[in-house]
Design a protein around this ligand. Structure first.
Ligand code: NAP
Length: 287
């Protein structure tokens, strides 16, 4: 059994390391990838296998990349006889599109951080071959669970979970930004201390996460919005959350208060552009 990982990002490298610890051979494709990806792959003891075509002869391939790239990654992967596991944060519809591009597909959705110790991270799986993929993780730090044989169910679970966690984080950042814009942020903080004392700290944590990963969550919020829309529900919550994360600067800041200041500055618009309808950038930004 040899397994490929497309690509060893934070999550892909950690999932690869879990499979290595279970005795599997795990390979990756260096062409086009950054030095950071190569370093993670090396630290996870993954073997460099040449280009994508070298992964096509493997038994199982895990796709773990930014959600907005999930379909393109599947499309660029040579057809192969193994099992393609798309474990990205995508909508059930996107999961089914990916399934249509490969011979055998398992849909996955991960909840929790990159696994470094047992009990933190669940890999939800759906599709006919889901039990086979779940068995690969027996005894590892990844808690693999089969949701259903209906492909797309694992992605639906991930969308519903992240709709709350990342959606409410974006809302909290927007709330602080609007309170600041209207000059009542300090009074809001004092009211929060009285009635919702967890929110000041929660908003700082939201800012810190957004600076590190917000750029990647834009695609995830759009996938969640698509999931709501397909279910006949309003998609505006997560279209707005995507916009909040789209405006977030890219960086990793140690201090939460500094992260919050950077995030609120990025969310703020010059007074002249407020109430003037969408800006040119708004109209042209991809949805
Ligand atoms: N990290 C988490 O805590 C977490 C938790 C749950 C689920 N997930 C899911 O896991 C997936 C991967 O997340 P991650 O945290 O591993 O992301 P990441 O650290 O940003 O890594 C993404 C990997 O994909 C590659 N990549 C970037 N842009 C690409 C593109 N346009 N086409 C193909 N490959 C590309 C990157 O390679 P280069 O940078 O070298 O180009 C990198 O190796 C996402 O779907 C995410 O939602 C992550």
């Amino acid at each position: 059994m040899t397994i490929g990982v497309l690509h060893p990002g934070e999550m892909g490298a950690a999932v690869g390391a879990a499979l290595r610890a279970a005795g599997q051979t795990v390979v990756w494709a260096p062409p086009g990838r950054s030095a950071a990806t190569a370093k993670r792959a090396e630290e996870a003891d993954l073997e460099a296998a040449g280009g994508l075509e070298a992964l096509a002869s493997r038994d199982v391939v895990f796709a773990l990349c930014p959600p907005h790239a999930a379909v393109a990654v599947a499309r660029a992967f040579p057809r192969f006889a193994g099992i393609y596991v798309d474990a990205n944060a995508v909508s059930p519809a996107t999961a089914r599109t990916i399934a249509g591009l490969v011979d055998r597909c398992v849909d996955g959705g991960i909840v929790g951080p990159p696994p470094r110790r047992p009990g933190t991270t669940r890999l939800y799986l759906s599709g006919a071959d889901a039990p086979f993929v779940a068995d690969l993780f027996a005894g590892t730090m990844v808690d693999a669970r089969v949701v259903s044989e209906n492909l797309g169910a694992a992605s639906a679970l991930k969308m519903a979970f992240a709709a709350w966690t990342k959606g409410t984080s974006a809302l909290l950042l927007a709330v602080r930004a609007v309170a600041r814009a209207e000059g009542v942020e300090q009074t809001l903080l004092e009211e929060w201390q009285l009635s919702l004392p967890h929110l000041p700290e929660q908003s700082m944590a939201a800012a810190r996460s957004a600076l590190g990963k917000g750029w990647r969550w834009v695609g995830e919020m759009d996938e969640i919005a698509g999931t709501f829309s397909a279910a006949g529900l309003p998609d505006g919550f997560h279209r707005a959350a995507a916009e909040i994360y789209r405006r977030s600067p890219r960086g990793d800041y140690a201090a939460e208060d500094e992260a919050l200041e950077r995030m609120l500055a990025a969310l703020a618009r010059p007074a002249s552009s407020r109430d003037a309808g969408p800006t040119r950038d708004d109209r042209e930004s991809p949805r």
